[in-house]
Ligand binder design. Structure first.
Ligand SMILES: C[S@@+](CC[C@H](N)C(=O)[O-])C[C@H]1O[C@@H](n2cnc3c(N)ncnc32)[C@H](O)[C@@H]1O
Length: 193
């Protein structure tokens, strides 16, 4: 099996990748996590999905491809240039809300329904506000983070933060958890109570 052979890369993906190179975006999500997110999201109907860290929209492209017609997806980033670009690629899709907002503020002020799936790819909802974000996952819903394996470009002290996050997530008795040494290091959790 060649896990790097992808047969269903989103049609908009190459244009986003070109834009990413053009503006020098250095934090793209990889194809593996994108593909996983699409597969997981498409297991749900009428799903309510959240992405923290829109970036330039690479993971979002996969996530959108996994949505059924009645599902909705909110994606948050605090960088106006990035949300403008992402809105340019996806803005016409009525299922999507791409918001330029600080993730921490957004989490603290959110009072809507819980989510079927949360992909936490920014600092808030991962290294801060972890209890708050986990409380926004439905029972039976999924919480996913990547970038959990050591990377050369991590600043000093980040490895310890990642280790502390893993230990904390492992202790949560209201979630089942799987750690995967795959992609950039993925943790996939399901809320069980
Ligand atoms: C790893 S990148 C996301 C990559 C994205 N998933 C993609 O595939 O293009 C992390 C993103 O988090 C955003 N970010 C950082 N701090 C944030 C905050 N406090 N609130 C919201 N977004 C934040 C950054 O602007 C960056 O785009």
């Amino acid at each position: 099996m060649n896990q790097a052979h992808f047969t269903d890369i989103p049609s908009v993906y190459s244009r986003i990748l070109d834009k990413s190179k053009e503006i020098g975006f250095t934090m793209p999500s990889d194809l593996f996590i994108g593909s996983l997110l699409k597969t997981l999201i498409s297991s749900r109907q009428k799903a309510n999905v959240l992405e923290l860290g829109t970036g330039i929209g690479l993971s979002l492209a996969w996530m959108v491809d996994g949505l059924d017609k009645d599902s909705v997806l909110t994606s948050i980033d605090n960088d106006p240039e990035l949300t403008k670009i992402a809105n340019g690629f996806f803005g016409e899709d009525p299922r999507l809300s791409i918001l330029c907002e600080d993730g921490e503020n957004w989490i603290n002020n959110y009072s809507g329904p819980q989510f079927d799936l949360i992909f936490a790819d920014a600092w808030p909802g991962k290294y801060s506000q972890i209890d708050e974000i986990l409380s926004l996952v439905k029972v039976g819903g999924l919480y996913i983070v990547d970038d959990m394996n050591f990377q050369e470009n991590w600043p000093i002290g980040h490895a310890e933060k990642a280790e502390n996050l893993i230990k904390y997530l492992e202790k949560r008795e209201d979630f089942n958890l799987t750690k995967m040494n795959w992609s950039t290091g993925v943790i996939l959790m399901t809320k069980i109570k």
